[in-house]
Design a binder for this molecule. Structure first.
Ligand SMILES: Cc1cc2nc3c(=O)[nH]c(=O)nc-3n(C[C@H](O)[C@H](O)[C@H](O)COP(=O)(O)OP(=O)(O)OC[C@H]3O[C@@H](n4cnc5c(N)ncnc54)[C@H](O)[C@@H]3O)c2cc1C
Length: 209
């Protein structure tokens, strides 16, 4: 397999993407393919911050602003500011800088929201609640800000109809959906027997109590 083919196969997206604009890099510093919006600009919510910066700084001498990661976000002072300024990751996570989210920060926050919704979903849902949740997942899959993630998720929902009769059913459906993304990204599958411990009751060893 060529180097380019091996790079493409280990990374997202699985659906067609707009072509790389002329004069812009195809791959980011992480080795992953850079995702561009239809207007040719790098998609912030589709790339890690590291790769987004690889593209936005490409014609400006390459390197991103090395001071940026040590800056305290506006509005954070004292201990919060110190913690924030020292809390960046090697993937260039945007969280600690209070910048618009990259694909990873957006994903973590969204999964936290979705699994928490499952954790508070009725144990036995009424027909109206089932319809509302089905509609929510359908709309969610269309508006998710990472457009290629959204397209894949829409495909997933088409092939695996959302299960909404009970909390357990919905929680497991969501866990399976999350696992499909984990597998796509080469991450280990989460044990769905544990979804409630992770997102509702806390771990049995008491560390969350
Ligand atoms: C709908 C959707 C589609 C996405 N598609 C893509 C994509 O195509 N490409 C891409 O690069 N990123 C995508 N993401 C983001 C991606 O899933 C991750 O959020 C991101 O890579 C950060 O991963 P993470 O390792 O921090 O943990 P996350 O995957 O964000 O998980 C957060 C926490 O959830 C728990 N967890 C993990 N798996 C499960 C599970 N199956 N069930 C329950 N709990 C679990 C773990 O405790 C984990 O620490 C998508 C996100 C969403 C919400």
């Amino acid at each position: 397999m060529s180097e380019e083919a091996s790079k493409s196969s280990k990374t997202q997206p699985s659906l067609d993407t707009p072509p790389t604009p002329a004069g812009m890099p195809k791959f980011g510093a992480s080795g992953k393919k850079i995702i561009y919006d239809e207007d040719g600009k790098p998609c912030r919510s589709c790339n890690s911050l590291l790769d987004f910066k690889s593209a936005t700084h490409f014609n400006k001498g390459g390197a991103s602003n090395s001071n940026a990661s040590s800056k305290v976000p506006p509005g954070l002072t004292g201990v919060a500011g110190v913690a924030a300024s020292s809390n960046t990751t090697s993937e260039g996570d945007s969280g600690s800088l209070e910048c618009p989210p990259d694909v990873n920060e957006l994903g973590r926050a969204t999964w936290t929201f979705l699994h928490s919704v499952a954790a508070t979903y009725p144990k036995e849902a009424t027909l109206v609640q089932q319809q509302e949740m089905t509609t929510f997942i359908s709309i969610f899959s269309k508006i998710y800000p990472c457009w290629f993630c959204a397209k894949d998720f829409q495909e997933h929902v088409k092939k695996n109809q959302v299960k909404v009769k009970t909390q357990e059913e919905f929680g497991r459906w969501l866990c399976d959906a999350h696992n499909e993304v984990n597998v796509k990204l080469g991450k280990p599958k989460f044990d769905c027997n544990l979804w409630k411990e992770r997102w509702k009751d806390g771990w049995k060893d008491g560390r969350c109590d």
